[in-house]
Design a protein around this ligand. Structure first.
Ligand SMILES: Nc1ncnc2c1ncn2[C@@H]1O[C@H](COP(=O)(O)OP(=O)(O)OP(=O)(O)O)[C@@H](O)[C@H]1O
Length: 293
């Protein structure tokens, strides 16, 4: 078991901000935490990482109690850049972690180059841009080849090239067996990284939406859309007509049945697109009331 969270409750004074969070992660995965501002993502990660106390619940990580100090060698947490020291260089930060993690100092150079920050590693952090700081934080977090890495909004401030590079680095870590938990508001990047999204709202995980996001949504382009519409209506098929094409989800109707009915009625299919629902659409469905406010 990689993470086991049971009945986690956390309050700040009288405000309950995590309400009975329970989940397990058994296999290495990439999991995204997605939710509106203030929904509790950072608080939950801080509780898991033993940076914040909580009132109720149990958290075990890699089979150990979450407060076990030996987890330091196998778990990394990328927080915001306030943890950096402006007067030190990027290389100083990496050397410091190499020392604490008992890693050879050569690892610092290797990881700086891998992350793409070797050109400015010798500069003081106070001169770094937001994106450069994010690169350094990422390098610090992956230095120990963690089995579990948590990242709180790591894509903030990254240019598109750097965001793509970060995605590849995280997917690479996962391919080598690590579990990645990433909070982000960048749903396009999240979609490219994973289908496993924990949507959070008001301190609760609403949905672990692996299945919902995996449902295929088809778009059909046909030779004669008027005739196709009549056929679909006659057969009472749950297909929606939109301008010059038709859409339906595999949940509502099998693609094969739609193809067979069109073939039987001599309507040619010109093109079929298959798209997953995607994080943004699911987010809009789940948080529609917020968006309307
Ligand atoms: N130190 C604190 N003292 C009191 N309340 C806090 C504190 N930190 C966070 N909160 C409250 O806890 C709730 C959850 O905040 P949290 O920062 O975990 O949300 P988040 O989902 O990470 O938000 P964002 O997307 O804006 O980063 C919010 O209502 C917030 O006001």
């Amino acid at each position: 078991m990689i993470i086991n969270v049971q009945g986690l409750k956390k309050s700040y004074k009288k405000q309950l901000v995590l309400k009975n969070i329970t989940f397990q992660i058994e296999e290495p995965q990439i999991i995204a935490l997605v939710g509106p501002n203030g929904s509790g993502k950072t608080t939950m990660m801080n509780c898991l990482m033993n940076l914040l106390p909580f009132q109720e619940g149990n958290v075990t990580i890699l089979g150990k109690k979450h407060s076990d100090p030996t987890l330091f060698y196998d778990v990394s947490y990328l927080q915001d850049n306030r943890v950096l020291y402006g007067d030190l260089t990027g290389a100083d930060h990496l050397q410091f972690i190499c020392h604490a993690q008992k890693l050879p100092t050569s690892k610092a150079k290797e990881v700086a180059a891998y992350v793409g920050m070797d050109k400015y590693a010798k500069k003081r952090v106070r001169s770094y841009s937001l994106g450069m700081k994010q690169h350094l934080l990422l390098a610090m977090a992956i230095l120990n080849d963690p089995k579990l890495i948590l990242l709180d909004e790591p894509i903030n401030g990254l240019d598109p090239t750097s965001a793509i590079h970060m995605r590849h680095i995280l997917m690479d870590l996962h391919a080598k067996g690590a579990t990645v938990i990433i909070s982000s508001h960048n749903l396009e990047e999240i979609d490219k990284m994973t289908n496993t999204i924990y949507f959070m709202k008001d301190g609760e995980i609403l949905e672990e939406s692996l299945d919902a996001l995996n449902i295929a949504h088809y778009t059909l382009y046909v030779s004669d859309s008027e005739k196709a519409q009549e056929i679909f209506a006659t057969h009472q098929l749950p297909i929606v007509k939109e301008e010059n094409h038709f859409t339906f989800s595999e949940e509502a109707l099998s693609l094969q049945l739609a193809i067979d009915i069109l073939n039987q009625n001599d309507v040619q299919i010109q093109h079929i697109e298959n798209k997953k629902i995607g994080a943004e659409k699911r987010y809009m469905e789940l948080f529609e009331s917020e968006l309307r406010r």
